[in-house]
Design a protein around this ligand. Structure first.
Ligand SMILES: Cc1cc2nc3c(=O)[nH]c(=O)nc-3n(C[C@H](O)[C@H](O)[C@H](O)COP(=O)(O)OP(=O)(O)OC[C@H]3O[C@@H](n4cnc5c(N)ncnc54)[C@H](O)[C@@H]3O)c2cc1C
Length: 603
């Protein structure tokens, strides 16, 4: 006799909810569906319902969204994902779910509280009829049989390289061949969307090679995989910059990307009537005009230096450069170096200069949040991105979705307790920093590094050793605003004079829409508005509340203009949804955007 396992209470709660939810949606009953949510609910949709990235808060917003989208989306097939048992902890039941829309298939994540939905994540992962050629659908490679017109893989690749962008136009042009550009290009290739990536630098990976020589990734390997191609099991935890550069270069070859190195986009304009871009590029010194339908700026969030303009900079006789142009410490042994700024780059550069025997002063202008790398790994990341997480079945894709399932509005509430733990664990470290006069903060609401990153992309240092140099005085710390430079010194507003042979401006980067201003026009940059940030009304992230990061991976106010970027985790995860949006447009699937974001800030 066989016995059948009884469903757990959690599984029953989830299947009951999904059945009721599915029925309300099938009956085209937005209010009925919304009534299945708690009053303080959130529904985050990545493309599947809205062709947009949107988080809806409360039943009224959900009702309005469903009223607008249900007839077109026709969602169905709501079910718990095979092999994923719903689980309950602390009164919250969590489940992985699958569903379909009229045009695609989706994954989702559900949190129930008291039988009602508290948070729902819905994401589109493939378009029907345009599934990626993977696993059972993978290409055969060899074509068995006899064929007089046979061409080899290499001949096909060469044919494509000769013609794309010359006799045939790409559907998508990606400007910027860093990890964001090439990750997106890899996804577009799998979706058969003709795309070219251009980069002004000579070799893929050069953006990492060009950074200061001591740089290693601050994020651990589990967080950093590129789409499709994971790092091998023996890859270092923190990838040295030249190693990641070589990996990215290999990636462009292995993923068969149409990558044009030494190619700079000089200008671009959009023909609204013809729905086409004209992009003037210089390829190996020669002018080429490309006419893609879609233009993606993958030019880097840390790409356009924010260089301050202090009086006297023109008089200063030593070396001075933005941190992005800092070559490393070798030329500065025994020299007096002043580093303006106190975030990641400033600390990295100060540390390397000190190691090479320079006399180093850091100028701290405003407070910085510091977390020790090991502590961040243990407390902040290990549940999702670590060897232990992998061992417990949390794949990278799953970790990305779990992270995405937490609505930005309440994410800080999940983060604050973690940072409280970090504060406790490293109390001695923070006491020492404070005694050295360092102005340290934990974010406006104590939510720490990730929230700072999402809100403004700056204001922190992941400590890999240089903080101790500041705490113990090996790197001198001066607090204040720079007033001006003289021929041989930096002078602060309080009159403090810092003699210098080298000044490094570790003063960060400007908003990505600055790239649009450079390449297209100020008008288009302003039409699109600021990139990044959530509208949290915290430091450097002015309100109103947006709920999603401004302009990233989703439609902008400028038709056919897109932005991608961010850290390796974000460009890996969100590139899928950007690729699907582009694919849908390429094959003529209607993509009415629900709730296109408004512009509240220009930069
Ligand atoms: C010091 C430092 C440390 C960092 N550490 C980490 C880390 O540990 N983990 C992490 O995930 N991120 C880190 N980052 C952030 C980092 O910038 C990114 O993760 C990564 O470089 C972003 O990739 P991207 O593809 O978005 O942009 P980028 O790598 O900046 O690439 C943009 C590309 O656009 C090209 N480009 C610009 N304009 C044009 C044009 N007109 N025509 C053609 N090409 C153009 C540039 O040449 C460049 O290659 C760090 C950044 C810095 C500065």
């Amino acid at each position: 006799m066989t016995t059948t396992a009884q469903p757990t209470e959690a599984a029953t709660a989830v299947t009951t909810w999904l059945a009721e939810f599915g029925a309300a949606l099938a009956a085209n009953d937005p209010a009925g569906a919304a009534a299945l949510f708690t009053e303080d609910c959130f529904w985050r949709d990545l493309v599947s319902f809205t062709w947009n990235f949107r988080t809806f808060e409360g039943r009224a917003e959900i009702t309005r969204m469903l009223e607008a989208t249900l007839p077109r989306v026709r969602p169905a097939g709501w079910a718990v994902t095979d092999g994923e048992e719903p689980a309950e902890a602390d009164g919250v039941t969590e489940a992985w779910i699958d569903f379909e829309t009229s045009v695609g298939r989706g994954h989702g994540h559900l949190r129930l509280r008291g039988g009602q939905c508290w948070t729902l994540l819905t994401t589109l992962y493939e378009l029907k009829g345009h599934e990626e050629p993977k696993r059972l659908r993978r290409p055969r490679g060899a074509e068995h049989g006899a064929n007089r017109d046979r061409t080899s893989w290499l001949e096909d690749r060469e044919h494509e390289s000769r013609h794309l962008g010359v006799t045939e136009q790409p559907y998508v042009l990606i400007v910027g061949g860093g990890q964001a550009g090439i990750g997106l290009a890899a996804r577009l290739r799998q979706l058969s969307v003709p795309a070219i990536v251009i980069d002004k630098r000579a070799r893929p990976g050069d953006q990492w090679r060009s950074r200061y020589k001591s740089l290693c990734l601050h994020d651990p390997v589990w967080y950093d995989h590129m789409p499709y191609l994971k790092f091998p099991d023996n890859w270092p935890v923190f990838s040295p910059k030249d190693k990641i550069a070589d990996w990215l270069e290999s990636y462009t070859t292995i993923m068969e990307l149409n990558y044009w190195p030494s190619t700079e986009a000089k200008s671009a304009s959009y023909d609204e009537a013809g729905q086409e871009w004209t992009v003037n590029v210089e390829r190996d010194g020669e002018a080429v005009v490309l006419r893609p339908k879609q233009l993606v700026l993958a030019t880097g969030m840390s790409g356009q230096p924010n260089l301050p303009a202090f009086p006297g900079m023109d008089k200063f006789r030593g070396d001075q450069h933005h941190s992005s142009a800092h070559p490393g410490p070798d030329a500065y042994r025994g020299k007096r170096c002043v580093v303006i700024g106190s975030n990641n780059s400033a600390f990295d550069i100060c540390g390397a200069l000190w190691e090479s025997g320079a006399d180093v002063t850091m100028v701290q202008r405003s407070s910085t949040h510091i977390v020790r790398s090991a502590t961040l790994m243990d407390i902040g990341l290990s549940a999702l991105y670590s060897e232990q997480a992998v061992d417990s079945g949390i794949t990278t894709e799953k970790a990305d979705l779990i992270f995405a399932s937490i609505p930005y509005r309440i994410m800080h509430l999940f983060q604050i307790p973690l940072y409280d733990q970090m504060r406790e664990r490293d109390k001695d470290f923070y006491d020492r920093l404070e005694r050295a006069g360092f102005d340290h903060d934990w974010g406006d609401d104590g939510s720490g590094l990730f929230m700072k990153y999402l809100r403004c992309g700056s204001g922190y240092y992941i400590d890999v050793g240089a903080a101790d140099l500041v705490a113990n005085g090996d790197v001198k710390l001066v607090r204040g605003q720079v007033d001006h430079l003289t021929e041989d010194a930096v002078v602060l507003a309080d009159g403090t004079e810092l003699p210098a042979d080298l000044v490094v401006y570790a003063t960060g980067y400007t908003s990505m829409n600055g790239w649009a201003a450079d390449l297209i026009s100020r008008e288009v940059a302003d039409k699109v508005g600021k990139c990044w940030g959530l509208g949290s009304d915290t430091t450097k992230d002015p309100g109103p509340w947006e709920g999603e990061q401004r302009n990233m991976w989703k439609p902008t106010q400028q038709e056919a203009l897109w932005f991608t970027g961010g850290n390796l985790h974000q460009s890996r995860h969100y590139s899928l949804f950007l690729a699907l949006q582009l694919k849908a447009r390429q094959v003529g699937i209607p993509t009415p955007v629900y709730g296109l974001q408004e512009v509240h800030h220009l930069s």
